[in-house]
Design a protein around this ligand. Structure first.
Ligand SMILES: [Zn+2]
Length: 380
């Protein structure tokens, strides 16, 4: 069984635990996280009390489904600071996204959470991409579509594995010509990689096609995507066609086109292996919920609302009910890694109607706990 420091210190090893060890390790780190938040966060404690859950009694991976969840929609509320376990004074970063409906979601992280998340991401990138050097071309969308890219930017981490990088910020018109110029300038000097949401990479591919041009990248070049097609569903390509076009127009091997799944409210980033299966980090657990009854966990293979439990977060409980739909698989992947694999079926499509047993209104209205148990409120 691995502790959180052991997982962060050796990401590779923690991806190849035996299934029993994986279950024990992830249960242990999430139990410790739940105990931490229950002891320090009045709002979370109220949820545990209402559901009669004692985090210390979590013994088995099947017990994890009992932990109370925060819905991602709560992060859009003006009183979202009630979700904090740390004080507002300890908040180091605030990541905002405007989302598709224009309401800002704010994820606040303290320095401990940032450090853990940064270490975890470096380990994850090195594990899955084996990158060391080269040049990264980042295609960044305009703000409204950049929620997950905001996460990347915040964590500014892929940069550190490249020798060189360039950011292209795309407004309404994406400047594919400028992107190509960067790629051509780096040719022969460095292995070239492209990072961005699939819809912007799709536009680069279309531009190449229209210009009857191609830019052959290098044998070990990677295309790393995050964030889906957003409003550009009309341009969306099935994954297989996307890989094929990346191969035809950019000469990037299909196994080197990798998608990732994450959201700004969570530190969890599931990254594809060369077999295009998104591996959940060993310090996270994904629970698939019945959309009509979110307290109920569905069996592996069944599609439902994705809940993400993350052990890294000390700024607020990292136990979130998303509004995405998907399913999970367990067992050993063809790449040799164990643990969970997540298949994301759609983003932002779940009703998101799941509520905490004790609402923010009721919690704040009770007046009993706001002063001594939620220091963030006092400092606000
Ligand atoms: Zn795999």
């Amino acid at each position: 069984m691995l502790s959180l420091p052991q997982m962060l210190g050796n990401v590779s090893q923690s991806h190849v635990q035996s299934p029993d060890d994986w279950a024990q390790s992830v249960t242990g780190v999430l139990r410790d996280a739940a105990i931490y938040h229950q002891a320090r966060n009045g709002f979370y404690r109220a949820q545990c009390d209402a559901l009669e859950v004692d985090p210390a009694a979590i013994n088995d991976v099947n017990d994890l489904q009992r932990l109370p969840l925060l819905t991602v929609g709560m992060f859009k509320r003006p009183d979202a600071q009630v979700l904090l376990t740390c004080s507002l004074a300890d908040v180091e970063t605030e990541t905002r996204s405007s989302g598709t409906r224009g309401v800002q979601s704010v994820a606040r992280r303290n320095s401990e959470t940032m450090t853990r998340a940064l270490v975890g991401l470096i380990g994850t990138y090195r594990e899955f991409f084996s990158l060391s050097g080269g040049a990264g071309l980042f295609l960044n969308p305009a703000d409204a579509e950049a929620s997950e890219m905001g996460l990347l930017k915040d964590f500014n981490i892929l940069n550190s594995v490249f020798d060189h990088h360039a950011y292209l910020v795309a407004d309404q018109a994406f400047d594919a010509r400028a992107a190509l110029e960067h790629l051509r300038r780096w040719k022969g000097h460095m292995t070239r990689h492209i990072v961005g949401p699939p819809f912007l990479i799709g536009r680069l591919l279309r531009f190449l096609e229209q210009e009857k041009s191609s830019a052959r990248l290098d044998p070990y070049s990677m295309i790393i995507t995050l964030g889906g097609w957003k409003r550009h569903t009309a341009e969306a390509l099935p994954a297989e066609s996307f890989w094929e076009r990346c191969h035809d127009l950019l000469a990037v091997r299909p196994g080197n086109v990798r998608d990732m799944y994450g959201m700004i409210e969570s530190n969890m980033l599931a990254v594809e292996c060369h077999l295009h299966r998104k591996h959940v980090p060993p310090w996270c657990y994904i629970s698939i919920r019945d959309p009509g009854q979110v307290g109920k966990e569905l069996a592996p293979g069944r599609t439902g609302t994705i809940a993400v439990l993350d052990a890294l977060n000390t700024s607020y409980p990292g136990f979130l009910l998303t509004d995405d739909l998907g399913d999970i698989e367990t067992g050993t992947c063809g790449c040799g890694r164990t643990g969970q694999v997540i298949n994301v079926r759609s983003r932002g499509q779940s009703s998101g109607l799941g509520n905490c047993p004790v609402s923010i209104e009721r919690y704040l209205g009770s007046g009993a706990t706001a002063n001594d148990e939620a220091p963030a409120l006092v400092k606000a």
